[in-house]
Design a protein around this ligand. Structure first.
Ligand code: TYM
Length: 331
């Protein structure tokens, strides 16, 4: 039995990347481990959302976690800002995090590029807050997509450093919870990077998207004019479509289109039609549950209250012990 923790920033609806990176297999994971799933609303403040947007997006993640099969009675599902112990541990870890290492984090460098007018301290210390999220429950496994690998590495650094500084063996060094052999990266539909909200609405398929929208987005996904040589290497945009297909379609379907590609007989229109239908089959039950749960505020309120209590029980124990280790002693 391991302690597993996963988080998602509330910036909108969840897309297939979030699903396959962080939450697939909930059912198995939550019964075999002690699981914590939280909504990283402190983290989302780095981009200054309006209060209404923030609240709406927290609800999206909560509802979509539940629709994906997370059972609040079994696992602990909570909102980060309901757990101020996280903020305290973040402060303590920051005393022991160095400017140079924080400045070198890839996601920070990317943010500098993307939002040069808003390079705040929250962005710089994003990895210490994420480390606090994880080690406040002494989690050892973290389900994440490939893009979070470096943040996890930083978490290990901070945990190790704390143990060394205070000569204790207190925090575990958490690792990624792998769903397969490698960490997952679901590509976007524009032929280049990963699927993500900030890359534009059309680049991502959201769990809540209507079938007509899914068909439209997939039909518009970037392709090329087709292979000209047998068994030629696939360009990135085509490889991306195959990667998405591998996530949602049967292995037979993937090999069928792979074979057509390798023999230069592929028609991207046919492949896209199949892909869209397989995504719809996959997301439809989720979409139904999302719509149902969104209307049930009483239930959501209960879930949040229960999660807050369970998370607090675990976090307050850690904070008490950490305070003792550091030397905050009673008189
Ligand atoms: P966020 O909100 O950007 O993404 C949430 C989760 O979804 C995964 N993900 C993807 N996986 C595969 N392919 C994609 N295209 C894709 N896009 C997103 C992410 O890897 C992530 O697992 N820093 C985190 C939130 C966080 C957190 C934590 C996660 C805060 N504290 C502690 C784990 C543990 C983030 O911004 O994720």
């Amino acid at each position: 039995m391991e302690i597993v923790l996963s988080g998602i920033r509330p910036t909108g609806n969840l897309h297939l990347g979030n699903y396959f990176g962080a939450i697939q297999n909930f059912n198995k994971m939550q019964y075999e481990n002690k699981c914590f799933f939280f909504i990283a609303d402190y983290h989302s403040l780095t981009t200054h959302p309006t209060p209404d947007d923030l609240h709406k997006n927290v609800k999206h993640v909560l509802v979509e976690y539940l629709a994906s099969g997370l059972d609040p009675e079994i696992a602990t599902i909570y909102i980060q800002s309901d757990l101020p112990e996280t903020a305290e541990l973040y402060l303590l870890l920051n005393m022991n995090a160095y400017l140079g290492e924080l400045e070198r984090v890839t996601s920070f460098k990317e943010k500098i590029r993307k939002q040069p007018d808003n390079i705040n301290a929250g962005l710089l210390t994003y990895p210490t807050l994420m480390a606090a999220d994880i080690i406040i429950h002494k989690a050892s496994k973290v389900p994440v997509g490939k893009d979070q690998e470096q943040h996890l590495e930083m978490t290990r650094t901070f945990a190790k450093r704390f143990n060394r500084l205070y000569k204790v063996d207190y925090f575990p060094e958490p690792e990624a919870y792998n769903f397969g052999e490698n960490l997952i990266k679901i590509p976007g539909l524009d032929g280049s990077g990963k699927m993500g909200k900030s890359e534009g609405e059309a680049n991502a398929i959201f769990l809540v998207d209507e079938p007509a929208i899914i068909r439209k987005k997939i039909m518009r996904a970037v392709t090329d004019s087709g292979p000209t040589e047998m068994n030629q290497q696939k360009p990135v945009a085509i490889e991306n479509l195959f990667t998405i297909m591998k996530a949602v379609s049967s292995p037979d379907t993937v090999s069928y289109f792979n074979e057509l590609y390798n023999t230069c007989n592929i028609r991207y229109g046919d492949m896209k039609k199949q892909l869209a239908e397989d995504i719809i089959t996959f997301t439809s039950p989720l979409r139904e549950k999302i719509l149902e749960l969104s209307a049930d505020n009483d239930y959501l309120k209960k879930v949040v209250k229960l999660g807050k209590e369970k998370a607090h029980e675990s976090a307050s124990k850690t904070i008490k012990e950490v305070r003792e280790i550091i030397g905050f002693r009673p008189f």
